[in-house]
Design a binder for this molecule. Structure first.
Ligand SMILES: NC(=O)c1ccc[n+]([C@@H]2O[C@H](COP(=O)([O-])OP(=O)(O)OC[C@H]3O[C@@H](n4cnc5c(N)ncnc54)[C@H](OP(=O)(O)O)[C@@H]3O)[C@@H](O)[C@H]2O)c1
Length: 268
């Protein structure tokens, strides 16, 4: 009963692994450092072999072009290797991610899809950590409301999906408990950090330039910018109760994450 954690050294993968280990449930991380490479499909079957389920976290983004083909191949290999369940990390309102979800299911393995709102941890563990430290959030998007979700809630939900019996084909939309515009989110982060943080809409080239300055490679920055111009139009401006349904408790608000992260010194 071993679960493979694809992206096991990443932001969500480490959280899922920690939780399975704490529950004494066998789990193995998989990524390039263990010999699994999304760019080399010959590495997939050996990694899946002998496992009963997998958490599927694609990097850099499930919505990028070319990913549905990889998901279809992975789903078929998972079926051949006898896996009983897959849990796929996905994004809300993303057409490209929808195609990847459908493609993974082509193999016929019971699949739970977790369609997530923006991760709160984008502000501290990802491309917005530098901008928060500098006090200037700049995005190629208007000041739309978003239901920022805590990655710890996402990981808890993934563990429920990976461990419940029997495995089910299902889709959840995971959101935080409140809708906040980027200006409102910046104010919450500013309050926690006790210094000013502003939000500003910028054009795509400026955003890509900012990402490059923060070390995000151009081949990742450009599709990310295109994705944000697509999805940050208000389409995800709704909250769901799917976290409460899965975890029997409410989703955690941005304010709690912001206080915790400020206290940890990550934004100092
Ligand atoms: N950020 C958001 O707000 C948001 C919202 C909704 C959905 N999502 C989805 O979340 C996913 C990203 O999740 P995350 O942030 O948890 O991941 P992450 O932290 O970016 O994952 C990094 C992991 O991927 C591995 N990796 C990188 N390149 C690889 C390759 N070529 N082959 C195999 N492994 C590789 C890395 O380990 P190695 O270096 O050892 O390979 C590392 O373990 C994306 O699919 C995105 O669509 C994100």
């Amino acid at each position: 009963m071993t679960t493979l954690i694809l992206g096991g050294a990443g932001r969500s993968g480490t959280r899922v692994l920690t939780r399975l280990a704490a529950a004494a449930l066998p789990a193995l991380p998989a990524s390039r450092r263990t010999g699994f490479d999304w760019d080399d499909s010959s590495t997939w079957a050996p990694a899946l072999r002998g496992t009963t389920g997998a958490y599927v976290c694609f990097t850099p983004d499930l919505a990028f072009p070319g990913v549905p083909e990889k998901m279809e191949a992975l789903g078929r290999i998972a079926a051949t290797e006898g896996l009983e369940r897959l849990v796929l990390l996905s994004g809300r309102g993303e057409e490209g991610a929808r195609a990847s979800e459908a493609a993974l299911r082509e193999g016929g393995v019971a699949t739970t899809v977790l369609r997530c709102s923006w991760f709160q941890q984008n502000f501290s563990e990802h491309f917005l950590a530098g901008p928060v430290r500098r006090g200037r959030l700049r995005l190629p998007a208007p000041d739309v409301p978003e239901a920022f979700v805590d990655l710890d809630d996402v990981a808890d939900a993934a563990v429920v999906a990976l461990t419940r019996t029997p495995p089910k084909d299902s889709t959840y939309e995971l959101s935080g408990p409140e809708l906040l515009t980027f200006t409102q989110a910046a104010a919450i982060l500013a309050h926690a950090c006790d210094r000013p943080i502003t939000f500003e809409e910028v054009d795509v080239p400026t955003f890509v330039h900012d990402l490059a300055a923060d070390g995000v490679p151009a081949q990742e920055a450009e599709p990310l910018a295109r994705l944000f111009t697509e999805i940050l139009d208000g389409r995800n401006a709704s909250i769901t109760d799917d976290i409460a349904q899965l975890l029997d408790r409410p989703a955690s608000p941005l304010n709690a994450y912001a206080q915790r992260t400020a206290n940890s010194g990550d934004w100092s």
